[in-house]
Design a protein around this ligand. Sequence first.
Ligand code: DLL
Length: 437
Amino acid sequence: MNAELYWDAASETLAVADKRALQLDRLRALINRVAEVPFYRVWLQRHDVAAERIRSLDDLRRLPLTTKDDLRRHHPFGFLAVPRSQLARIHGSSGTTGTPTFVAYTKNDLTTWAELCARFLVAGGLQPEHTVQIAFGYGLFTGGFGLHYGVERVGAAVIPAAAGNTRRQLTIMRDLAPEVLICTPSYALTIADGAREIGMDPRTLPIRWAHFGGEPWTEDLRIEIEHQLDIMAFNNYGLSEVIGPGVSGECPERSGMHIQDDHFLVECLDPDTLEPVPEGSPGELVMTTLTREAMPLIRYRTRDIACLYSDPCPCGRTGIRMSRVSGRSDDMLIIRGVNVFPSQIEEALLRVEGATAHYLIEVDRPGIRDELTVKVELHRELFSDRMDRMQALRDQISHEIQTTTGIRAQVELVEPRTIERSVGKAKRVIDRRTGAG
Ligand code: DLL
C-alpha cells in the first residue's frame, strides 16, 4: 500500500469486519450521548431502547428518523448534546428550502471535520506543496471554512478568495498560480466564462485540479468543465446538518464518492415506504453521525437521492461508495405526473453540440396542463440568424429531453450570457405552479 495516496491510511482502508465492529461501538456510544437531547431521550425511553440492547448494526432500523422539520421545531439549540459553553463554532445550513437551521461544533468536531476534508482532498491529488484557491462562500455556509481547515490540515497553502468577484478570482489565479480550485461546479463555469470575457483562454489558467461540491452536477458537466479549464475535477458531497463537506468524496478511480463511514452510517431508503432499496438502486440517503459531539443526529433524512455500492474499490479504500446525487426528493419536479430531476435535463442538454451548461428550467400551469420550458444558452458561434439551423437545434434538444425524461419540453434558445451566472449554488428551476421559486 502506498501510504502517500491516503491521508489516514489506517482508517480509510480499515477492513470491512473491523469497520463494522467500530461502527457498532460508536453507535452504542452515540445512543448514550443523544440521551442528552430531549427529542431523542423521550423517544428512546418510550421505545425502551438502550445502548446495551443494540446488538448489531441492523438495530439501527429500530431507531427514529430525524427530519429537517424536527431541527426547525427545536431551533436553535434543541438538538445540542453538550452544554453551550463547549461550543467552538456555529454554522448555518444554506436553506435551499425553507428557513435556515444552525449547526454547532465542539473543538473535537472541528478537528474531525478538518481530518475528513483532508482525506478526500488528498484522495483527489492534494499535496502539502500545493496552493489552493477556495472560491466558496465563507460565513455561515459550511463550504468555505470546512474546506479551508481541510486544506490547512494537509499542509497546503490556502487562498481564501471566497465566492464572487470573478475578475478578482482570475487576477488572483494569474498572479498566485494556485494548482487547485475549490468551489461549486457552476461557479467553475462562471470563472471559465469570465476568463474568455477578458480575452483569456481558460485552459491557460494555472489550475490543474479542482474539488467541486455543494450542488448536483452530471458526469457530462464534469467533462465539459475539465475541457474548458484543462483540469481534473473531483466530486465531494456533504450537508451542513451532518457536518458540511467531508461526508464523502471521490478517489482517483472517480467511480463514486467514498462515504467516510467510520464517522457516518448511511442507509438508502425508498422515500415513500422508508424501506431500504436494493444496493445500486436510487433512494434517499439517511445518515447517522457516529462521532459528532455537539449535534449528533440519528437517521437524518438528507432528501438527497443517490445509489450505494459496496463492491471493493481498486483504490483500497473500504468506505462504501455513493453515486452522484441525481437530485433532492424535494427538488424533484412532477410534470404531468412524471418525475423529472433537473440533472436529467442537464444530461440531455449536454449531449447536444452547441448547447451550453447554462440553462434554466421553468414550469408553469396556464390551464390544467403543466408546461415545461427549458431556456438554453448557445455557444456564440452557433447563435445564428438562420431560422432553419436554430429550429434544427431546438428540435434536437427537445428530442434529447424527451428521450431522457419522457416529457416534451418547449425549448428556448437564448443568447450567450442571458442566464444569470452563479457564484455559489446555481438556481436551475423556477416553478410558477406553486408560487415557489
Ligand atoms: O453544500 C456542504 C458542502 C459544501 C458540500 C461544499 C460540498 C462542498 P448545504 O448548504 O447544507 O451544505 O447543502 C447540502 O447540497 O443535501 C445536497 O443536496 C447538495 N450537495 C452538496 N454536495 C453535493 C454534491 C453543503 N457533490 C446539500 N453533489 C446536500 C450533489 C450536493 N449535491
